[in-house]
Design a protein around this ligand. Structure first.
Ligand SMILES: NC(=O)c1ccc[n+]([C@@H]2O[C@H](COP(=O)([O-])OP(=O)(O)OC[C@H]3O[C@@H](n4cnc5c(N)ncnc54)[C@H](O)[C@@H]3O)[C@@H](O)[C@H]2O)c1
Length: 309
């Protein structure tokens, strides 16, 4: 079993600069708090302005740092690319560099795209894509912007990373959460597509994903009671935050996905790869490996013009 034990020491987050989206509530807020308490400087964005402002004020008031704010909140809508840019600009302008970025903003399923009551008339109107835009579009934009901002003012040996918050719905079917599940699969897909590519020069970045199961935040209020009645494992937001912080400080971890249940974390990528000859079959698995060797780290594939059509 691939259990992951996060080990954040007293110094491992100290003076790190971390940008977090979705940091005003839930898992993101716990991560902001945890990182600040371990001496990191956090620039976090969210649409929830009053919760964000209050959290930043509280963390700055209890901080020992007088020269630089321990936490900065910036109103951010991850659907708007420029809004994410402003968040990264605020971090770079204030702290001079950025060590880690965490894309945590997310929303739950909205309505029912596949409502059995839909008529020929209803289906002429498109349904909202907001869940996809926030959960997947937000991660794509954060990853793109971070891939450049994390390289700025960087000592040669500095460890820098991106962490994307996916979900159990990123790898396990979640009936009813149609768009949410598509978005969270997309987040894992993005992490997999980038893990080799970003590890190469000039990026030299690690990228990982967190896949929480039921976590007691505002997002899951409707189902929490049924969950507890069924005696299923539940995470506190802080437990997921600690796993996420563990990924930030684990310099050897790249391309991993941590499933988090009942406060425990389990890495899923290694076993998916290791057991591929069993679940797919030895021959197609060998063939896939040859194809992967042709794709390599993606640098050839992405040479200018090659995929522009
Ligand atoms: N709670 C769970 O059980 C659970 C399980 C799996 C994955 N997740 C994921 O964890 C992440 C955090 O969720 P949470 O459970 O803490 O929920 P939450 O609702 O407490 O926090 C989500 C935060 O994202 C912010 N947000 C939403 N849309 C935004 C936008 N367009 N721009 C900027 N900020 C925006 C919200 O204002 C909120 O502060 C999400 O990506 C969620 O999908 C949660």
């Amino acid at each position: 079993m691939a259990q992951f034990f996060p080990s954040v020491t007293a110094d491992s987050l100290k003076n790190k600069v971390i940008v977090i989206t979705g940091g005003a509530n839930g898992i993101g807020a716990s991560l902001v708090e945890y990182c600040c308490h371990h001496g990191a400087y956090v620039c976090f964005g969210d649409k929830a302005v009053s919760a964000g402002v209050q959290l930043a004020e509280r963390l700055c008031a209890s901080s020992a740092s007088s020269s630089r704010p321990q936490a900065i909140f910036y109103e951010t809508d991850v659907i708007e690319y420029k809004s994410i840019l402003n968040l990264f600009d605020a971090a770079l302008d204030t702290y001079g560099h950025i060590d880690h970025a965490v894309a945590g903003a997310g929303v739950m399923e909205i309505g029912n795209w596949f409502d059995p009551g839909l008529t020929l008339e209803d289906v002429r109107e498109p349904a909202t894509t907001k869940v996809l835009d926030v959960n997947l579009g937000g991660c794509l934009s954060v990853a793109r912007i971070a891939s450049v901002y994390l390289r700025q003012n960087r000592p040669m040996d500095a460890d820098r990373s991106i962490t994307l918050i996916s979900s159990v719905a990123g790898f396990k079917e979640s009936p009813g959460l149609f768009v949410y599940q598509a978005s969270k699969h997309g987040v894992l897909g993005l992490m997999r597509a980038l893990r080799l590519y970003l590890s190469r020069s000039p990026h030299l970045l690690r990228i990982n994903a967190v896949c929480p199961w039921m976590t007691t935040t505002g997002m899951v209020q409707g189902i929490e009671e049924a969950w507890r009645n069924a005696e299923l494992p539940v995470n506190s937001p802080m437990e997921v935050a600690i796993v996420t912080a563990g990924l930030l400080v684990s310099q050897q971890l790249n391309g991993k996905s941590m499933f988090v249940e009942g406060g425990r974390a389990w890495e899923i990528e290694a076993n998916i790869d290791r057991l591929e000859p069993q679940w797919l079959g030895e021959e197609p698995s060998r063939s896939l490996a040859k194809g992967q060797a042709v794709l390599a780290d993606g640098s050839d594939w992405t040479k200018s013009g090659r995929n522009a059509r």
